[in-house]
Write a protein that binds this ligand. Sequence first.
Ligand SMILES: [Zn+2]
Length: 213
Amino acid sequence: MGIPVDKLETLMDNYGTEERIKEYIRRCVSFHGFAPPGLLIGVFMVDLALEKLGANPNEKLYAVAETPKCAPDAVQVVTSATMGNSRLRIIETGKFSITLNRGSTEERADGIRVYVDATKIRRYPMLNLWYTNDPRYERVAERDRVYDEIFEAGRSILSWVRVKVSVPKKAVWQAVQCAVCKEMVPDYLIEDGVCTSCAGTSYYEKSADALHQ
Ligand SMILES: [Zn+2]
């Protein structure tokens, strides 16, 4: 899955992709590990959101991605709003959409929401097959045309809107020791003195020969 990097460079040259976008794309592909359609479209989305917000990518920005697929990496690499620094939230609506805003001390911050426009994308048949998860997409021999269409389309498949983003409150918490595993956990993740892992919802099992070192 994804287009090889040399073909990607050729396509960007053929369609006259702007140098700024090319550089974003190179960095995103290097981070993501390959170049799927969603990552490339994600770059155009972030670029459009930055422009409409009047922001530069080095500012301290906050973001929401409405899908966990591909788009978050375009946000993380281009804007440095990441899951790890808590400036990127994934609020899954299933829509291919991102929102960028600056920090605010108010309850709401002015933001720009960019989304793939279902009407506009219909002008690009292969891209539309991919976007609608149409089973025919996997069967057509010339499905790599999706990449041509992505660069032909650029931001023309996107729409944007000014929004007020609710600013999450900073959580106030204390560290508490779990009565069972003795590891430290924020108090809001402890119930009856026991962490969620020990309460039985752990994502892992200890191997039989587990050693505590
Ligand atoms: Zn525990």
